[in-house]
Every structure is written in C-alpha cells, then in structure tokens.
Design a protein around this ligand. Structure first.
Ligand code: PAF
Length: 281
C-alpha cells in the first residue's frame, strides 16, 4: 500500500494502474475510519481493480464554530484498516497542499444545498463540492463511493458530477448501523455513555415514521411535527431539523406521494448527528 503525501506521488502511483488498464475505485474520507468506511472500501475493492482512499479533514467544509480542530485524527488506525481491506493508495495531504496561499476557487451547487444541512451549516456544501472536485481531479477515478448517511452530500455530488460533466460513476452505499440502529459516524466517538444511549432516538424516530407511512399516513407536516416532538422529549437531545423532502428536488412536500427523504439532525451537546431514511410509497 502506498501512502502518498503529495499530488505528484499520488498521480504517479495511480497512472501506473490506469496504464495497466485497471479500473480505479475511490473512497474520499476525512479519516477516523469506522465499519461504515470499511464497507465502502470493500465495495470498491470488489468492483474495481485498484482502490484509492483519501484521508483529509477538509477545513473549508467546517463553519467557524464547528468541530474542525477537535475532529478525530487517527491516522495509524486508519492506515491499519486500509491495509486490512487491501487498499492500494492512501492520499494523505495537508491543508497547505490542498489550499496553498492564494487559493481562490470554489465549486457551488445551488438549489439542493439550500435546505437541511445547507441551512444549518452555511458554506458546508461549497467546501464539500470544492474538495471533492479537487480530489476527483487528482485521483481521476472511474467510480467513487459515498455513504447514504450523508444523503444530501450524495445528491450534491451527483448533481455536481452531472452538471460539470465529470466522467465518474457515483455509487451510494447503504448506511451501516450499530446493532441498536445508531448510524455509524466518526462523530459518535464524541458521545458520552448517556448521550450514546439516547442517540438511538434518531433511528427510532425514522423507524416510527416509516411505520406511520406504511400505515397510510401521508401528511408530511404532521409527521415532521411528531418527529420534532420525539426528539425534544429525549434527554440530552436538541433538535436541529426534522424534515420530509422530495428526494429528487429536495423541496418540501405536503402530501407524501413519491420517493421522500426523511431526514434528522440532532445535537447532543456540541455533537451533531444526522440520519435519514429514503421512503418510496
Ligand atoms: O463525507 C466525508 O467524509 C466528507 O464530506 C468528504 C466527502 C470526504 C469531503 O471532505
């Protein structure tokens, strides 16, 4: 496994694979890898001949009062997981390499970044779209893998790839969960035992909404109200949003008639967790 800290070394390693006719799979990450990342990497390993993982805590996608400084950095453990899965290259740049002095170019996806995390975290998706574009330009993968837990990020990347004619196949991989339903996230490690206990409210609320829809409930506003109530009644939890949106347009729905995204963001102290279900009636 190559660990590449420069763009030229990364390109060089991948070029050899590409020239040998290998299909390049790419898993962009911010490190602090967990079982969810392992599933993405294994998917890439199964479907591609050569797998590249990037590990980069991207400063431009964090707001000024967010957790950039304390975001977990666990490179040694990450490296061991990548090696165990059989990753070929880890691209491990510094912020200075990715955003050198004088850097001034950003990528912005407009409409679908407005609600949900885009509303709560201004500038977040601009940072994500920018860094993913840069990573795509460096790695030039055939296929890139993202987790469904970040549903809005997935839609943003799909939109960006389509709009900017990037010749990359985007694969969305189902959310991986702890046995009690909590979606795997690098941020789960911030939770103290009591918060961790109550954090299953996200999954339990999504399951409840799914059951309500299956039983015939179609009133999205009523469901959103009930979702918010469930979160507000949970000790330690503070609601950021509870929304039901049209999955294609990310616009609000009144009556649930087609594929919807049911999405939640909840704070436990400073830790913000997100989760979602895609429900097709
Ligand atoms: O999902 C993440 O870990 C990040 O948003 C990504 C896609 C690696 C961009 O920094």
């Amino acid at each position: 496994m190559h660990i590449c800290e420069t763009i030229s070394a990364t390109r060089q390693a991948i070029l050899q694979a590409r020239q040998a006719g290998k299909k390049i799979g790419f898993v962009p990450t911010m490190g602090a890898l967990h079982a969810g990342h392992a599933i993405l990497m294994r998917r890439a390993k199964t479907e591609c001949d050569y797998v590249v993982v990037s590990i980069f805590v991207n400063p431009t996608q964090f707001g000024p009062n967010e957790d950039f400084a304390r975001y977990p950095r666990t490179f040694e453990a990450d490296q061991a997981l990548c090696a165990a899965v059989g990753v070929d290259v880890i691209f491990y740049p510094t912020p200075e390499l990715m955003y050198p002095k004088g850097y001034q170019t950003f990528v912005e996806v407009t409409e679908i970044t407005k609600p949900l995390c885009g509303a709560s975290r201004p500038g977040h998706f601009r940072g994500v779209a920018t860094v993913v574009t840069k990573l795509f330009n460096i790695v030039m993968p055939d296929v890139a893998y993202f987790g469904q837990k970040d549903a809005q990020q997935c839609r943003v990347i799909q939109q960006m790839v389509a709009d900017l004619n990037m010749p990359i196949q985007i694969e969305i991989v189902e959310t991986v969960r702890e046995p009690d339903g909590l979606a795997m996230s690098s941020r789960n490690r911030y939770l103290n035992p009591l918060q961790r206990h109550h954090a299953t409210i996200l999954y339990r609320t999504l399951v409840w909404v799914k059951e309500q829809i299956a039983a015939g409930q179609r009133n999205a506003h009523e469901l959103e109200k009930q979702m918010a109530l469930r979160i507000e009644q949970t000790p330690e939890a503070r609601l950021d949003y509870a929304k039901i949106l049209d999955y294609e347009t990310f616009s609000p729905v009144e009556t649930i008639e087609k594929k919807v995204l049911v999405a939640l963001a909840v704070f436990f102290d400073q830790t913000r967790l997100i989760d979602n279900f895609l429900i097709d009636v």
